[in-house]
Ligand binder design. Sequence first.
Ligand SMILES: [Mn+2]
Length: 369
Amino acid sequence: MRILHTGDIHLDSPFAGLDISCAQKRRRELRETFSRMMRYAREERVDMVLIAGDLFDGAFVTRETVILLLREFASLECPVIIAPGNHDPYEKGGIWEKTVFPKNVHIFKENTLTKIDFDDLGCTVYGYGFTDTYENECPVKGTVEDNGRINILVAHGDVMSPISSYAPLPVSVLKAFGADYVALGHIHNTDAANEALEGIGAYCGCPEGRDFGETGEKGALEVHIDDETVTVTFVPFAKRAYITHSVSIDGAESLLTVKTAVDNAVRALSDGKENLVRLILRGSVSPSLNLNVEALSEDKRGLFHLEIEDATSPTWNGDSLKNDPGIRGELYRTLLPKLESEHEEERKTASDALRYALAALAGEDILEI
Ligand SMILES: [Mn+2]
């Protein structure tokens, strides 16, 4: 038996970190990624599609999205089983109730465990749905009814925290339940949670990252269940990836050096997918260096989105300033206790003050700094 396990799709997400036209494009791409997953399910002739919650990002669902879902689900020959999550709970009068889904779509409507039998597959799918944003109780109890069948549990919840407000699911409870596979949703960055599950199931993660909290390769899971063995394979589906990368510009004294470092980093990160990249500039740099990160990231260098964060610390050429008999030296000597303060904020304020003052003394336009 072969299953496509997805979830946390968050259709119609606002993509608030991007400008309006990029955000709109990402919403469209997210729909396309969903379509690609459904096409994969059709072409690979999987026996079942599981959606482990958060198909929608919220109560606002566009008409375009509903039309797309109905078309994609109707084009599948296999059942689609949906367990609504905290972002798209099964509420009275909500999207799930209002929409007439094709007959192959099964939705868990209650926040207690129920089951659906698929006799032609010899399979029973257990699950529940969120009926509200929060779910403080663990909805999974007891054990599977018939060990002779393929038993699957589809659940949106949190295996990492026993006091979670999003359906706490202790691994011990899931183990005791005894399903052949637990198809989970809710945790988008899956590594630690999947390790904690010790092979009894997996979180599928989201098919597209939506901000810099969701970096790296994204996709869905294909699950093969044969007599005794369960094999889980990651299938990449994301159109683009969010990537956060540190760039050392230690010792940089000119903007040209910084630009070159940014160019090189972007080149190394480009894989033809027009990704979304956040570069973090690190290191100690000359205080006279005018690191205008907005200007530096204006040229997207072929990326879909580029943002640059300045996390450098200034190095003061203390010796020459300290011995400077003029106003620069006086300024430095006055600020020195604060430049060496143990409080980071005070150090930052003092170094900003020094930078502005040195720039003003050099006749630079300090508004440009
Ligand atoms: Mn989610």
